[in-house]
Design a protein around this ligand. Structure first.
Ligand code: PEP
Ligand code: MG
Length: 593
């Protein structure tokens, strides 16, 4: 994990929020280092112990509500994380489950809470999707909030910080993160976490450099150590020498100048040096991200992943819940296009409210459109909600995981039926909405000419397209090095779909993660996509990179790239041909997506 010279100790973690900081470390004590005593209760002690737990949970709820109310403006768009904490706090299995444990085992509240927390986190750990694995941390944070009340140690250690420091912690809870005063924190380092953890999400949205997943950080770094944090590369240097310091100060200066420059122009359209425009839109999972989309210059929503409402609660969302959510989204985005992807559940995303059959290969099983076509009631509620919300903005609908033309035909028939039922019931809706197919399975690539006759637009989901065409499980880290978006196979497939779209006169977008990484941009531009959708925070750097490229040169580059034999050769070709013109953007951003 690390190499050393005389006094430069270099560590490598995960760069989760770009930027460079140099400063003194401040070590936070681990929340879970508190020793929990196990006590068996006499029958007459059980009732009072349950009340003690109830009070501690209630106090935790009041504390959360107070934090949500007083949340500073710069954290407002992240308050949904604390709302999720409130939901866990009220969750029947979590709250009532602890009370049951106290009764069943005659044990103290701290111990019962620990049993329930361990059970819940073990269930989340089984989920292959890293996003949902990270939600384990939320349960632990809520549990710690209650525990602190039970033990009578109730304030966040973060609120003690009074100097400008780099926080080093095993983990940071969202409560801790909202207690951070921006002017006192230069950067964050944690031992656990990943780019999809809340610390990563919050650090990015606050634009604080962060390195996460740095094993043993709390053992290797002491309070007061001078450290350098490079949130772009994940490098942390303890006790740097003069030359290293000078090098990083220079790098920091360049990065900050670049960041300031791209932020100033992020709301302008992205146009190449020879006048070609390409639309840059955003991928979102929750509505709270809309602020970030607008702030970073997103021209619309290219992908709304609608799974969150189904996964974040123990019952299915009703048509009304979905309608309210989609209507809010449409209204907030005004005239801008909003692409709602229908439920893409299964594969690596399972909802506790749905009965799932055991599958040997869930990624090849009942997921996406296959699940919806087999679950007409669930699909119908979502389609009706989308049609109803479409009256309030510029909504279009998109079907995921299309592998056969018949699936699009059937999905459209279901949409017709949903419209007929609304009509009969006299419920207002908008029928005339654009319909799109996600192209994320190789069979759809090769049938794109026929599929184009059925839809109004395509959107390439390259995350899955790469998974399915190279037979690489996208959540298996042992094959992660085979996951190469710049591979000529991927480029040829994109090219094929763009050609099919053009022949049929329909636009082609791309919404896989590769769209947000500047290194991929020259080739994607040259493949003549109409729009690219990405993580909102990537938008300014991508727009800036577009402004430095020539469309005509990019087309020639893309043709050459498709004839190369491997991704490394394409990467070299991209750097040789136009590396200089977008060097800063890749330096600032490239995460290998
Ligand atoms: C994709 O597969 O590229 C995509 C955008 O969808 P998701 O990552 O949600 O599967
Ligand atoms: Mg996908």
């Amino acid at each position: 994990m690390f190499g050393s010279t005389t006094n430069n100790l270099v560590f490598n973690g995960i760069g989760a929020s770009a930027g460079i900081a140099v400063g003194k470390a401040y070590l936070l004590e681990r929340e879970d280092s508190q020793v929990i005593e196990k006590r068996f209760l006499e029958p007459e002690e059980i009732g009072p112990e349950i009340n003690r737990f109830r009070e501690a949970a209630q106090k935790a709820g009041e504390h959360l509500r107070e934090i949500i109310r007083e949340i500073p403006d710069e954290y407002k768009d992240q308050s949904y994380i604390l709302d999720a904490h409130m939901m866990i706090l009220k969750d029947r299995l979590f709250h009532d489950g602890t009370i049951e444990e106290i009764k069943k085992r005659s044990i103290n509240a701290e111990q019962a809470l620990k049993i329930i927390t361990d059970k819940a986190t073990a269930n989340f750990k089984k989920m292959p999707d890293p996003y949902f694995q990270e939600r384990r941390a939320d349960i632990i944070h809520v549990s710690n909030l209650i525990l602190k009340n039970l033990l009578g140690t109730s304030h966040s250690p973060v609120s003690n910080i009074d100097k400008r420091v780099i926080i080093v912690a095993h983990d940071l809870s969202p409560v801790d993160t909202t207690q951070i005063q921006l002017e006192k924190v230069k950067a964050l380092i944690t031992e656990v976490g990943s780019p999809t953890s809340h610390t990563g999400i919050i650090a990015r949205s606050l634009e604080i450099p962060a390195v996460l997943g740095l094993e043993n950080a709390t053992e290797s770094i002491k309070t007061g150590d001078l450290i350098i944090v490079d949130g772009s590369t994940g490098v942390v240097i303890i006790d740097p020498d003069k030359e290293t310091l000078a090098k990083y100060y220079k790098r920091k200066e360049r990065l900050e100048a670049f960041q300031a420059q791209i932020t100033r122009t992020s709301h302008l359209p992205a146009e190449t040096t020879d006048g070609h425009r390409i639309a840059i839109t955003a991928n979102i999972t929750v509505l709270e991200e809309i602020v970030s989309v607008i702030d970073h210059g997103g021209e619309g929503i290219g992908l709304y992943r609608t799974e969150f409402l189904y996964l974040s609660q123990s019952t299915l969302p009703s048509e009304e819940d979905l309608f309210d959510n989609y209507k809010d989204l449409a209204e907030l985005m005004g005239e801008r296009k909003v692409t709602i992807r229908t439920l893409d559940i299964g594969g690596d995303k399972f909802a506790s409210s749905i009965q799932w059959a055991d599958e040997m290969n869930p990624a090849l099983g009942v997921r996406g459109i296959r699940f919806c076509l087999q679950s007409p009631k669930i699909f119908r509620a979502q389609l009706r909600a989308i049609l109803r919300a479409a009256r309030f903005g510029n909504i279009r609908i998109m079907f995921p995981m299309i592998s056969q033309v018949e699936e699009v035909v059937q999905a459209k028939q279901m949409l017709d039926k949903a419209a007929e039922s609304l009509d009969k019931e006299g419920i207002p809706f908008k029928r005339d909405i654009q319909i799109g197919a996600m192209i994320e399975v190789p069979s759809a690539v090769f049938m794109a000419d026929i599929l184009a006759g059925e839809v109004d637009f395509f959107s390439l989901g390259t995350n899955d397209l790469i998974q399915y065409s190279f037979a690489i499980d996208r959540v298996n880290k042992h094959v992660a090095d085979l996951y190469q978006p710049l591979h000529p196979t991927v480029l040829r497939m994109i090219h094929h779909v763009v050609e099919a779209g053009r022949t049929a006169g329909i636009p082609v977008a791309l919404c896989g993660e590769m769209g947000g990484d500047a290194i991929n941009l020259p080739v994607l531009l040259g493949l003549e996509l109409d729009s690219i959708s990405m993580n909102p925070v990537s938008i300014p750097a991508i727009k800036e990179a577009i402004r430095r490229l020539s469309f005509e040169d990019s087309k020639i580059l893309a043709q050459k790239a498709m004839k190369e034999c491997c991704a490394t050769d394409v990467r070299d070709l991209v750097f040789e041909t136009c590396g200089k013109s977008f060097e800063m953007a890749t330096f600032f951003q490239s995460n290998g997506a």
